[in-house]
Design a binder for this molecule. Structure first.
Ligand SMILES: O=P(O)(O)O[C@@H]1[C@@H](OP(=O)(O)O)[C@H](OP(=O)(O)O)[C@H](O)[C@H](OP(=O)(O)O)[C@H]1OP(=O)(O)O
Ligand SMILES: Nc1ncnc2c1ncn2[C@@H]1O[C@H](COP(=O)(O)OP(=O)(O)OP(=O)(O)O)[C@@H](O)[C@H]1O
Length: 489
């Protein structure tokens, strides 16, 4: 990619989040991730080109020097900062504008700095070049997978119902989503295949911003934000069917929708429990959170079943690494906030200390060391408080990152109809080579901590007012099954 010969016609809108917009190259497996600003700042960019460059370089450094070490290098693609011609960026911004979801248009793409992050396109990995069938990529934003310790929280409910499940009530009450998602992250992070299966079924049922499926780089399944349009599950099944032709669950040569979906989820669970495409998963590890902190009372999963074995997550799996990193938040926002205030006060008294304490970076080995070597006892120092704040911010990033699982059908060259006996085709399970990556590993600003506390309080209050008794409306059988409803395709 030659940055001085950029043509907006080679790029198309790919997606966006709260703070960046992503375009993908039409031929190369590359994306550009551009910063966004609040729309009211569109005339006067809130930072200079140098500051924007530094912000993106900080993202690269944080990902490659800090998160990569905590999450495992094999999952991380940190990318590189690129300087783009301003005319190209302006034309690109005009080109993509009409494809952007309306609810994201409170922010505009940065057209002033010319800086962007260039990354591999994780939804169209080069792997597929050897096969006829495009890869299937599944993006999951799993959110926080554990309950806080009772020691640090003021409201008992926080030790029973997870943040995601409580937050759902708040989001629906505020109109962010029309329907509550019944996905519970604690089920996904359980390492118990049945619970994980259950969690993924609910992600499919109500994806919100937690679940997307791409085929050959195109998004084929996601929520339409703010809308209550029913999702096209039949269309999804239509896309999935060719990948699962050889499943075991066929009746008279036809695979039922339920079986198809079940096979798909099974493959996804396997990928999430594997070591990330480099051989089989490591041995199961004991769940060190203890039963009390790994089950959410709002989950519809039948708790009785958990007795039949929670194996824990394999230590080389992506979920294990994300969960461990999330758990660097050992104090909860309530326990952390007084330490934040200690740092904040110190910075008001001694503004130059901001640099020594690495509040805004640099995100280098010294930063990583500060958070890894943080003592367990509070000695009252600002260094201790800053290290706990660093740990919390790293945990926040791990609570907000996404996992991309790329599935490529393997052994496809043998699969022509003439070449395989009907018997073999009927019973061979689908085989995929998979690769797992983690995306969106940006550092969370120091100043976002007071907002975190306020949001936490609002979520808990809202849940206490509106969130009780969801289980009562389901029968035990519905709770165990919660089968998605399909029409035959
Ligand atoms: O606070 P949360 O848990 O709602 O997470 C925010 C996300 O909301 P979610 O609940 O996942 O829909 C939010 O996602 P959406 O904009 O809702 O898609 C962002 O990821 C936000 O991060 P940042 O401020 O852009 O760096 C996230 O904010 P941080 O808390 O990670 O700063
Ligand atoms: N390297 C990549 N390859 C393919 N798609 C990507 C890549 N990076 C991001 N995307 C897509 O673009 C979307 C937005 O990117 P990202 O999550 O990084 O934005 P964000 O603004 O940081 O999100 P958030 O709302 O969590 O702050 C992702 O959900 C994903 O679908």
């Amino acid at each position: 990619m030659e940055v001085d010969k950029m043509d907006e016609n080679d790029w198309k809108y790919h997606g966006e989040g709260n703070k960046s917009l992503v375009v993908s190259h039409v031929q190369l497996s590359r994306v550009l991730r551009l910063l966004k600003y609040p729309a009211e700042d569109s005339e006067n960019p809130p930072q200079t080109a140098e500051q924007a460059f530094r912000q993106i370089q900080n993202i690269v450094d944080f990902s490659s020097n800090v998160m990569s070490s905590l999450l495992g290098e094999k999952f991380i693609h940190s990318g590189e900062v690129v300087k783009l011609p301003l005319e190209f960026v302006r034309q690109l911004s005009i080109k993509v504008q009409h494809q952007r979801p309306v609810w994201r248009c409170d922010k505009v793409m940065d057209i002033y700095s010319g800086c962007a992050l260039c990354l591999p396109n994780l939804t169209s990995p080069g792997l597929h070049q050897q096969t006829h069938t495009p890869p299937l990529c599944i993006e999951i934003k799993p959110k926080c997978g554990f309950l806080p310790s009772p020691k640090h929280v003021s409201k008992d409910i926080k030790t029973k119902v997870c943040r995601f499940c409580m937050h759902q009530h708040y989001k629906v009450a505020n109109g962010k989503w029309k329907r509550r998602s019944l996905y519970c992250p604690l089920d996904l992070f359980s390492g118990n295949r049945q619970r994980m299966h259950f969690a993924i079924r609910h992600l499919i049922e109500e994806p919100q911003n937690n679940f997307k499926i791409f085929k050959g780089g195109q998004c084929i399944y996601s929520s339409k934000e703010g809308s209550d349009d029913s999702l096209d599950l039949n269309s999804l099944l239509h896309h999935l069917r060719p990948y699962f032709l050889y499943g075991n669950n066929r009746i008279n040569g036809h695979m039922t929708s339920k079986a198809l979906l079940s096979d798909f989820i099974q493959v996804l669970v396997n990928a999430l429990l594997s070591g990330g495409g480099e051989g089989g998963g490591g041995g199961g590890v004991t769940d060190r959170r203890g039963e009390g902190r790994s089950f959410c009372e709002a989950s519809l999963y039948n708790k009785e079943r958990i007795r039949h074995g929670s194996q824990g997550l394999p230590s080389d799996s992506v979920l294990f690494r994300i969960l461990q990193t999330q758990m660097l938040d050992s104090l909860d926002i309530e326990g952390l906030y007084p330490l934040y205030c200690r740092v904040e006060q110190h910075l008001q008294d001694f503004p130059k200390e901001r640099t020594r304490l690495q509040i805004d970076g640099p995100y280098n080995e010294a930063f990583l060391e500060k958070l890894q070597k943080c003592s367990t006892e509070d000695d009252g120092s600002v260094e201790f408080a800053a290290a706990k704040v660093h740990q919390y911010r790293v945990a926040m990033t791990a609570k907000d990152c996404s996992i991309m699982v790329a599935l490529v059908p393997s052994g496809e060259e043998e699969d022509d109809d003439e070449g395989l006996s009907a018997q073999r085709r009927l019973f061979r399970p689908p085989a995929f080579s998979c690769s797992v990556s983690i995306l969106d590993l940006d550092p969370k600003p120091f100043d976002s901590i007071p907002r975190q506390l306020r949001l936490d309080q609002k979520i808990v209050l809202c849940y206490l007012r509106t969130g009780s008794l969801p289980k009562g409306i389901f029968t035990a059988a519905e709770r165990d099954d919660c089968t998605l409803l399909f029409h035959p395709v």
